[in-house]
Write a protein that binds this ligand. Structure first.
Ligand SMILES: NC(=O)c1ccc[n+]([C@@H]2O[C@H](COP(=O)([O-])OP(=O)(O)OC[C@H]3O[C@@H](n4cnc5c(N)ncnc54)[C@H](OP(=O)(O)O)[C@@H]3O)[C@@H](O)[C@H]2O)c1
Length: 316
């Protein structure tokens, strides 16, 4: 399609081109802002590329019988307001999605970040009832789901975040012990006080210094899910130790990195479980919605600076 034809269609509202057979025209409704965009864009993008990212999009026109006009999908077509697709890789929202539930949650709690919490906790941490779970960046999208799922699973939950407002929010949604890691005098002491017997599971979203302190507070045979390393995403020079081998050996710890895509074949199972908990009110969600496609960079920078509580999304 010619660019000029496409824009004249958008402006006039009248198609001046023919959508080819089996193709769809989609309109982005919500765009996601995620930490992975920082390291991945540095690694896989070159100047002039369209910024990577996912959206909830509405089908505006369809020449593909598998997709009906008006349906909503999750797509990974980057920072675009409109796009044409052959349908490959588009994921329809669950058919049981309630009309009253914001569709933007398909980018957060009932989407990729929620699945990260679900599989990371169940399959990597292998949490069991009665255990103590530690999670950092706890007021973020992944962290807030981790804490709430661990409570549903019968665990004690300790979390930390970078502002007093975030700490208050985490208490409100049921975390047992919470602290502001930016204002504590000694991370070691506060972690010990929150759970004097140590931690069975550590869901690490942050890495760096926090992780190297927390590892010393693990119980014997503890499990560490290495989910993210957001404290290092902006580094131009890699951070150096302290190194983790000694506590790993003496406490016989298991530490496993993972990508949520490992469980793509179980995506439906995870989303159904998350949707059920959200609808029942057992998992609470907080979104920070920025209005306007032109504000994507501002929303992205704000998220990296820790200014967002819960999921950062942009309403196009
Ligand atoms: N392995 C996977 O498949 C997978 C999938 C999704 C996400 N992740 C990772 O999981 C982590 C959380 O993702 P998310 O979607 O929950 O992010 P999010 O909702 O955007 O939350 C990010 C939070 O991280 C905290 N943060 C930012 N810079 C930090 C720093 N230098 N040190 C400590 N904390 C910092 C900030 O909160 P504070 O105010 O509390 O500092 C910020 O609000 C990220 O590391 C992400 O890359 C991994």
């Amino acid at each position: 399609m010619q660019k000029t034809q496409f824009f004249s269609w958008l402006v006039s509202g009248r198609p001046s081109f023919h959508l080819p057979a089996l193709k769809l025209l989609l309109e982005s409704m919500f765009l996601s802002v995620d930490p992975y965009m920082r390291p991945y864009s540095q690694r896989i993008m070159k100047e002039g590329d369209i910024m990577i990212g996912t959206q909830v999009a509405r089908i505006v026109e369809s020449k593909n019988p598998a997709f009906t006009v008006g349906a909503f999908v999750v797509a990974d077509r980057g920072w675009r307001t409109h796009f044409i697709s052959d349908g490959k890789g588009l994921q329809l929202l669950l058919s049981s999605w309630p009309e009253s539930l914001p569709k933007s949650l398909a980018l957060g709690t009932v989407g990729m970040p929620g699945l990260t919490a679900y599989f990371g906790l169940l399959e990597v941490c292998k949490m069991k009832p009665g255990e103590t779970v530690l999670v950092n960046a706890a007021a973020g999208t992944v962290g807030s789901v981790v804490g709430q799922l661990a409570k549903i699973g019968g665990c004690k939950v300790v979390g930390c975040a970078g502002s007093d407002d975030k700490v208050a929010y985490l208490k409100k949604i049921g975390f047992d012990e919470v602290f502001n890691y930016k204002t504590v005098k000694s991370l070691d002491e506060v972690l010990h006080k929150a759970s004097p017997d140590g931690y069975d599971c550590f869901f690490d979203n942050v890495g760096g210094e926090f992780a190297s302190v927390a590892i010393n507070q693990m119980k014997k045979y503890g499990r560490i899910a290495v989910c993210g390393a957001i404290s290092q995403y902006n580094d131009s020079v890699p951070q150096k130790g302290p190194y983790m081998q000694m506590p790993m050996i003496y406490k016989e710890l298991q530490m496993e990195g993972f990508l949520v895509t490992r469980w793509n074949s179980r995506r439906e199972e995870g989303l159904q479980a998350l949707l059920k908990w959200v609808v029942e009110g057992k998992v609470k969600c907080h979104e920070q919605v920025t209005e306007g496609f032109e504000n994507m960079p501002m929303a992205f920078i704000g998220m990296l600076k820790g200014e967002t509580l819960g999921k950062a999304v942009v309403k196009v």
